[in-house]
Write a protein that binds this ligand. Structure first.
Ligand code: ATP
Ligand code: SF4
Ligand code: MG
Length: 357
């Protein structure tokens, strides 16, 4: 079962119980290996034609989830279904034709473009790999599609601005007419005005080419401009998922609320922000039960640290994994004061470590 229902033709991607542990050495002299719990039992679906945003702090497993979805990494456990087919265990050879249909756009448009290759060669590479004819004409058409000029064909990446380079990355991703494009922090390295242009381009292309996007970012204000639904991750877990409107207007999970309260909004006193206590714990030894409990302002000792909260549908199509979800948003002054002082006696080791998300 995925978070929002069972499999259907409506979904392009369905991931179930997706799990990835990385073996890492602990310390220089350590002999044994520890496991990084990068992604832990994550289930959700991506509907055809939608933009699903994935948000969360650095290290929460966003990129790993995307790389598992595209089978760029092997799964520790779980399943990935793409376009109705289970691709979880397919060999690289069998994955090859499917790879044409799933592409990725990366954060750093400069690092992801080979500086020694011309734009024509870069965008034409997928055609060459997959033996597609008439590559030059197709590349020139693609350059026009993403708002560049066909004359840019023989230029090199360093001759372009950051925004233009990201357009080149988008053209390369579009080359083989994919069904799914995973955008991993595609605008984080760009100025705000250029961000808006690239987001507009992605939106237009989505309509024109019937694309489905998974859009990864740590910035909720970017997602507001592009996502239909939003998945919130914390320490490798999916903690909330719902329509964008629900996530922004009525978040249920305290972590979502904390992320939202860190987004500056006109007319909101910065003192009304929810401050999270402590740092993100290590994914090598995640806290028991609710992994958010050491930082949660609504923590209930004896429950949250003992019983793992499972995803529950708390409003139509909105799921959150929390025993004490928010009843309203924004929280009242009294609730915020209570949250800030909440049961500090239960967490003396965190005293003095308060900081913002
Ligand atoms: N190849 C690897 N070997 C060991 N640990 C890894 C590997 N790749 C990722 N990790 C760890 O897995 C966790 C999740 O990493 P991931 O890159 O998916 O996070 P993220 O949410 O994309 O973060 P960011 O916002 O910084 O890109 C992190 O603790 C990371 O250090
Ligand atoms: S289960 Fe408890 S600790 Fe976890 S998010 Fe909900 S209230 Fe906070
Ligand atoms: Mg990442």
């Amino acid at each position: 079962m995925s978070a929002n229902g069972s499999g259907s033709a409506e979904n392009l991607v369905e991931i179930e119980h997706l799990t990835k542990h990385f073996a890492v050495k602990q310390g220089v002299f350590a002999r044994g290996h520890a496991q990084v719990h990068a992604v832990e039992d994550v289930s959700f679906e991506v509907r055809r034609g939608e933009t699903l945003g994935i948000v969360g702090e650095s290290g929460c497993g966003k990129s790993t989830t995307a790389r598992l979805m595209l089978r760029l990494l092997d799964l520790t456990a779980g399943t990935v279904r793409f376009d109705g087919r289970d691709i979880s265990k397919l060999s690289q050879r069998k994955l090859r034709p499917i790879r044409r249909e799933m592409q990725m756009i990366f954060q750093d448009p400069y690092a992801s473009l080979n500086p020694r290759k011309t734009i024509g060669q870069i965008i034409g590479t997928p055609f060459a790999i997959h033996g597609v004819k008439g590559a030059k004409t197709r590349v020139q058409e693609l350059l026009e599609t993403v708002g560049l000029s066909p004359e840019h064909y023989n230029r090199y990446p360093h001759e372009f601005s950051g925004g233009q380079r990201q357009r080149i990355g988008v053209a390369r991703a579009l080359a083989l007419s994919p069904k799914l494009i995973v955008c991993d922090e595609p605008v984080s390295a760009l100025d705000v005005s250029i961000q808006a242009q690239v987001l507009n381009l992605l939106r237009t292309l989505q309509d024109d080419f019937n694309l489905t996007y998974v859009f990864i970012t740590h910035d909720l204000s970017v997602l507001r401009q592009i996502a239909d639904r939003i998945a919130v991750m914390y320490l490798g877990r999916l903690v909330e998922i719902g329509e964008s409107e629900q996530i922004y207007e009525a978040p249920k999970h305290p972590y979502t609320a904390a992320l939202l309260s860190a987004v500056p909004r006109a007319g909101i006193d910065p003192r009304e922000r929810i401050m999270l206590i402590g740092d993100v714990p290590s994914p090598i030894s995640p806290p028991p039960a609710c992994v958010f409990h050491p930082r949660c302002p609504r923590f209930h000792k004896g429950h949250c640290d003992v019983v793992e909260p499972l995803l529950r549908e708390l409003a139509p199509h909105q799921w959150a994994a929390c025993h004490y979800p928010l009843e309203r948003w924004p929280m009242s002054d009294a609730e915020i004061r209570q949250a800030e002082g909440a049961r500090r006696e239960d967490r003396p080791h965190l005293e003095g470590a308060a900081h913002e998300v």
